[in-house]
Design a protein around this ligand. Structure first.
Ligand code: 5GP
Ligand code: MN
Length: 346
């Protein structure tokens, strides 16, 4: 049987046990969970935030942590830079407390579900500490403490692991938020990362007071009319490429204007492109207010779209990723994108 790695430290004649204790201390120091606990408990004012155009994972995870930090009697703010916020997620407990400007008193920023610092949408002042809680493979480890778990199905799983290891209380409001985050990022328990661990987590959240039926209903059936008005316009643009293995959709500013829909209502429309039987990769190109083009990529079970997004300066997960380009015309972008997708389809 192989000896444990620390064994030689025990057996060293002089100072061996001291060295062993040093090793344990340094392991603790490098453990991001205990580092995060220390930073959070010693901070004076925490701001919890997430990525631009926040989805249910970013909002639910941030809101869940906010409820938990408040119970620790911490001065805590919630901040999201995007305006307007997705009103269909307004049912998440605590949603109305979200600030759209950062509290300058914060000495600690906790970011969730954000693969890189530019995804937060603000500059963070020198001297302010950052904790990065995420599950994106492409995470750039931009913070003082990085809790990055690419195997996790939702950022809420990593947040919950922190809460649990720190021994903090989880209120019903926090459990509801974490459950919504999990449900949304697993595609209602349908995506690849779903396994026994995910269901164990879901079960714990239900025990803590999350309501499965209500949360699912609020996520699926709380849509504004503008979203359904937008949908047929977008589906009209559907085109197939590469023998039907790729499908693309377009959203223009004009479509958003005509339907009255906001950007957050476009979130899951790319899934229609992937839903076709023959399709492995679906993409959606959305025109942004500044003329930039935001690309969403989804794949079924073969192509690593994170790799494709990274090559255009973006990031994400294996089956869901994205990037934004500026100064490139839509048809030219499509040409370049299809070339990259074709390489990955080989
Ligand atoms: P969506 O297509 O829904 O915007 O994003 C799909 C996934 O890719 C999400 O997990 C999202 O965080 C990530 N993602 C989307 N756009 C970008 C981007 O520009 N940069 C990075 N790093 N990740 C992105
Ligand atoms: Mn996520």
């Amino acid at each position: 049987m192989p000896l444990p790695k620390c064994w030689p430290l025990f057996t060293k004649a002089k100072g061996g046990f001291d060295l062993f204790l040093d090793k344990i201390a340094s392991m603790r120091k490098n453990d991001p969970y205990s580092e995060a606990k220390k930073l959070i408990e010693s901070s004076r004012h925490i701001t919890v935030t997430g990525h631009l155009n926040p989805d249910a994972d970013a909002l639910g995870t941030a809101l869940g942590l906010w409820h938990i930090f408040k119970r620790l009697s911490k001065r805590t703010d919630l901040f999201f830079a995007s305006h307007p916020l997705p009103q269909h997620l307004g049912f998440l407990p605590g949603f109305k407390n979200i600030r759209q400007s950062i509290n300058p008193q914060s000495d600690l920023i906790v970011t969730v579900d954000s693969g890189s610092l530019d995804r937060i949408g603000i500059e963070i002042e020198d001297g302010v500490k950052i904790i990065n809680i995420d599950h994106h493979r492409s995470n750039t480890r931009f913070a003082d403490v990085n809790i990055v778990e690419p195997e996790f199905a939702s950022a809420s799983e990593a947040a919950f692991k922190l809460v649990e290891s720190a021994g903090w209380d989880v209120s019903k409001e926090a459990a509801v938020n974490f459950y919504a985050a999990l449900l949304s990022d697993t595609g209602f328990f349908g995506y690849e990362g779903v396994n026994e661990r995910v269901f164990d987590f879901a079960k714990r959240l239900l025990k803590l007071g999350a309501d499965a039926e209500w949360t699912a209903r609020m996520l699926r059936e709380n849509q504004p009319l503008s979203k359904l008005r937008l949908l047929p316009k977008v589906l009209q643009t559907l085109r197939l490429y590469l023998d039907g293995r790729v499908a693309g959709l377009d959203i223009t500013l004009r479509m958003l204007e005509e339907s009255g829909a906001s950007v957050s209502e476009t979130d899951d429309i790319v899934n229609y492109a992937r839903s076709l039987a023959t399709v492995e990769v679906g993409f959606l190109i959305r025109e942004e207010a500044d003329g930039g083009l935001k690309v969403s990529l989804r794949s079924k079970n073969r192509v690593d779209v994170c790799k494709i997004a990274l090559s255009f300066g973006g990031g994400g997960h294996i089956r869901a990723a994205g990037f934004t380009v500026n100064g490139l015309e839509r048809e030219l972008l499509k040409e370049k994108l299809l070339k990259r997708i074709e390489e990955e389809l080989q």
